[in-house]
Write a protein that binds this ligand. Structure first.
Ligand code: NAD
Length: 501
């Protein structure tokens, strides 16, 4: 079954969603969304300029008092309707996401869209469970309590690899906590963020609570981050751009949440289930054509299993079917663009001089941005292919001897987003989960995420959490309220100012 999503019809009014309606961008520059599986144009839209960002921030600021003042139950009910609306439109969202990203339709139907519906339902419930420390008479003479308050207008910036889920991860905790938001998706992939905001409006979430500006990073992105009426920046993207975003946000003293790059290790101890580890490595490396910040990228395999693991992974990679994203039998779609395909090929081609490409390393044709699953061995730990984020269907395998060495190698990159350990030994698993420096460590699996649990990095992978009630730590501010209980005019502590008593 082919694509039925018609971007041109849907966004004829423009690709900026501000104050509950679509309008065209005013930057004077356009951008074309391209289907990476065919190279065909999907939609040409006018990019947002500074004036559009200003309009979106003004809409969000206007909507803030009403939304922040709604009861948790009111926000929760609107968000439950939002989840229901998303579920009703699931197939449309799956098609739009597959079209703009080249994702296999089975991935968008079974992962991106249901995950987003579940996230929305989760935050609809969580909106009623904002918690704080209990009130108490800590000084004896006062009662203290905590107010957990929304921050205001949140400015968020998202990448192209999971456009719908990234929009959801940014928007949902922010609005559940009573903030309003302006989200800038990646230029390449605006479609599902716009549909998501429209669904929010259809569900009765007030105009201006969720706004989308689709513009270039340097122009709309930097203007949003530096905007004086934006109280917080939440950014997901590369570590390089994250550093620039941090500079601008710091200069305007904003709260900052950064979800950055990853280079996840996959540590296989010599007692592991080899078949499970090989399947886990191939699925973990190839999901979303490897364009996943938590993808398995570096497999460290203890020497006794090393040769068998390399053979098993190469054999499994050969069974993965590249093809039309809208064909239900397709396992692996193209990369997001020909430019990204060429970037990935560049990493692999440079690695040929110092490592072995066991399988893959080939772009099968030039019609779409496809690249075959690629397995590399013989690379040194400090080589580019082991250290840099490639963001493509490429797995590097290295051997190790002692457990200590395997864990040290796992920690030896600037990143710390996710990792996995493969063993049947509970003590080895325990040591790995304690010693690996990453925001998530799986044991005997790699990739699954769940709405109830946080996602976020250590080290150069950033700070702050998406998903789960931990994300409320980013999207709320804590106020201490202290009441005097004595009703005495001259309080005991005044002696420090008024002399001895
Ligand atoms: P990117 O950093 O190039 O772009 C991300 C977003 O930032 C885009 O919307 C882009 O327009 C915008 N941007 C670019 N320059 C900007 C600037 N100067 N100021 C403000 N905004 C700017 O990343 P990408 O190529 O879209 O996505 C891939 C990256 O995202 C990878 O590094 C991946 O690991 C990371 N990622 C991380 C997570 C996570 O949860 N940690 C999740 C998904 C993707």
């Amino acid at each position: 079954m082919g694509n039925r999503f018609q971007g041109l019809d849907r966004f004829a009014a423009g690709a900026q969603y501000i104050g509950g309606r679509l309008r065209p961008g005013t930057s004077g520059r356009g951008h074309t969304v391209v289907d990476p599986a065919t190279g065909d144009d999907v939609l040409t839209y006018a990019l947002a300029g500074s004036a559009d960002v200003d309009a979106a921030v003004a809409a969000a600021r206007d909507a803030f008092p009403g939304w922040a003042g709604a009861t948790p139950a009111e926000r929760s009910e609107a968000m439950h309707r939002f989840a229901a609306r998303l579920a009703e439109r699931a197939e449309e969202f799956a098609q739009a996401e597959s079209l703009q990203c080249g994702k296999p339709i089975k991935l968008t139907r079974e992962f991106d869209v249901p995950g987003t519906v579940d996230n929305t339902a989760f935050f609809a419930g969580a909106a009623r469970h904002l918690q704080g420390q209990s009130a108490g008479e800590y000084s004896g003479d006062h009662t203290s309590y905590i107010r957990r308050e929304p921050i205001g207008v949140v400015g968020s910036i998202a990448p192209w690899n999971y456009p719908l889920q990234m929009a959801a991860w940014k928007v949902l905790p922010a609005i559940a906590a009573g903030n309003t938001i302006v989200l800038k998706p990646a230029e390449l992939t605006p479609l599902t963020s716009l549909l998501f905001a429209q669904a929010a409006t259809e569900a009765g979430i007030p105009d201006g609570v969720v706004n989308i500006v689709t513009g270039a990073g340097k122009e709309a992105g930097e203007h949003l981050v530096g905007h004086p009426a934006v109280a917080m920046t939440s950014f997901t993207g590369s570590t390089a751009v994250g550093k620039r975003v941090a500079e601008i946000a710091t200069a305007t003293v904003k709260r900052l949440h950064l979800e950055l790059g990853g280079k996840a290790p996959f540590v296989v101890f010599d007692d592991a289930d080899l078949e499970a580890a090989a399947h886990g490595a191939v699925a973990g490396a190839l999901i979303n054509t490897g364009q996943d910040c938590t993808a398995a990228t570096r497999a460290y395999v203890q020497r006794p299993l090393y040769d068998a693991f390399v053979t098993a992974v190469a054999d499994l990679m050969a069974t993965v079917r590249l093809g039309d994203p809208f064909d239900e039998s397709t396992d692996l779609g193209p990369l997001i663009s020909h430019a990204q395909r060429d970037r990935v090929a560049g990493f692999v081609d440079r690695a040929r001089s110092y490592a072995t490409v066991v399988t893959g390393g080939v772009a099968p044709h030039n019609d779409g941005a496809y690249y075959r699953p690629t397995l590399i061995t013989g690379a040194a730990q400090d080589s580019e292919i082991v250290q840099a984020e490639i963001f493509g269907p490429v797995l590097v395998v290295l051997p190790f001897d002692s457990d200590e060495e395997g864990l040290a190698l796992a920690n030896d990159t600037p990143y710390g987003l996710a990792a996995s350990a493969w063993t049947r030994d509970v003590y080895r698993a325990g040591r790995a989960t304690r010693e690996i420096k990453a925001g998530c460590v799986w044991v005997n699996d790699h990739i699954p995420i769940i709405s109830e649990m946080p996602h976020g990095g250590y080290k150069a992978s950033g700070f702050g959490k998406d998903m789960s009630t931990y994300s409320f730590e980013e999207y709320t501010q804590v106020k201490h309220v202290m009441y005097d209980n004595t009703a005495v005019a001259r309080k005991d502590w005044h002696r420090t100012v008024f002399g001895d008593r």
